[in-house]
Design a protein around this ligand. Structure first.
Ligand code: ACO
Length: 338
């Protein structure tokens, strides 16, 4: 892959942000019929953060994650060429990336949203890398942010226990080809199973306008619906296939990887995928016990934490996989270059 690129690309710095309000499993058992034991045994989640403040939005989380990454990189926001905001819960259906651009003062950056649920950050990294490796841009801010608490049915115990709100950011920068740190990727979509996990828009039966033959119906978005069992089966069967395909294309063996960083959906999924690949469980990066499933934010949130804890070393190989609604899933393999 390296011979076909004009420029190398690497992750320069990361940042993350979570809301202050912490909801633990005991708190949830006051709202729905569940228990701390059930949630921990089935998911590994102990608590999650919820954006309770009505004056705060996804932009506040996304901007504080971005500012942390910019500060770590000692970079001026005006040096950012492009912002990709991966989210499925924007505060404006026309897109929220432009609000993020304004809030952090990235005045020269082009900005757009990318919607791919829990695979959003992986797709964001891959998209950013194309712009860098073909020589179009030098500095790209990729943010994964979601406030799925806005879309949860708080009376549905099968989903409300899973999700939390957060944002994570990464600055991808051009570098010499020899230092390229984004080694390769493998991406997939299966739209025939989109109904398994969805926030559907449904039209009402009543017409909002009826004039001669003109009938106009309007509706609204519903809450999250998920067939947990089917999504679980999909994740543990398809994610290892994506990882193996990606590693094979790079001539890397599973035993050569240093870290396995999967979308933080369920502790059982992380271990089942590692088992299938014969990857030792001490290579799994996991922090979902504290934050739950934060959708597009989960991978950069866990990556930033692992970096802050100085777990990841120069030249470590990190396999990153996202999976979720769409259905979408995919892998990006990184060699840590900072
Ligand atoms: N507390 C107590 N009992 C519960 C709860 C709860 N919170 N939720 C469900 N149950 C009950 C069910 O009613 C069921 O009871 P029954 O046997 O009497 O019918 C029993 O527990 C088992 O339910 P299952 O749904 O079969 O439980 P499962 O072991 O599959 O765990 C879970 C459910 C945690 C949702 C799991 O299926 C899962 O993690 N799925 C994958 C989710 C995922 O990965 N999403 C990723 C992407 S997210 C995105 O893209 C936005």
């Amino acid at each position: 892959m390296i011979s076909s690129i004009l420029q190398g690309a690497k992750i320069l710095a990361t940042g993350s942000s979570v809301p202050d309000l912490c909801l633990n499993n005991e708190d949830l058992s006051q709202i729905v019929e569940t228990s701390d034991d059930w949630i921990i045994n089935r998911t590994g989640i102990k608590e999650r953060r919820i954006l309770g403040d009505r004056h705060k939005s996804i932009i506040d989380l996304a901007s504080s994650a971005s500012i942390e990454a910019l500060e770590k990189a000692s970079m001026n926001p005006a040096d950012i060429d492009l912002i990709i905001l991966a989210t499925s819960s924007p505060n404006d259906l026309f897109g929220s990336a432009s609000q993020l651009q304004a809030k952090i003062g990235a005045t020269k950056a082009v900005a757009f949203d990318l919607t791919a649920a829990c695979s959003g950050f992986v797709l964001g990294i891959v998209t950013a890398t194309q712009f860098i490796q073909n020589g179009s841009y030098n500095n790209i801010l990729v943010v994964g942010a979601d406030v799925l608490s806005n879309w949860i049915d708080w009376s549905d115990r099968s989903t409300c226990i899973l999700f939390g709100d957060a944002a994570g950011a990464a600055i991808i920068q051009s570098c010499p080809k020899e230092d390229n740190g984004i080694l390769g990727f493998q991406l997939n979509t299966d739209g025939s199973k989109s109904f398994q996990l969805s926030i559907p828009y449904e039209k009402n039966n009543e017409k909002v306008m009826q004039k001669q033959s003109l009938n106009i119906f309007q509706g609204q978005f519903k809450n999250i619906i998920m067939n947990g069992k089917e999504v679980y089966k999909f994740a543990v069967s398809q994610v290892p296939v994506s990882i193996l395909q990606c590693l094979k294309s790079l001539n890397i063996l599973p035993e050569d990887i240093h870290w396995l960083l999967l979308h933080q959906a369920n502790e059982r999924i992380l271990h089942a995928v590692a088992n299938r690949l014969s990857i030792n469980s001490n290579k799994i990066i996991s922090n979902l016990n504290k934050y739950g499933n934060t959708s597009a934010a989960s991978i950069p949130l866990a990556l930033n934490e692992a970096l802050n804890e100085k777990k990841i070393k120069h030249n470590d190989i990190i396999v990153i996989s996202g999976f979720g609604a769409g259905l979408t899933w995919g892998t990006v393999v990184i060699k840590w270059k900072c």
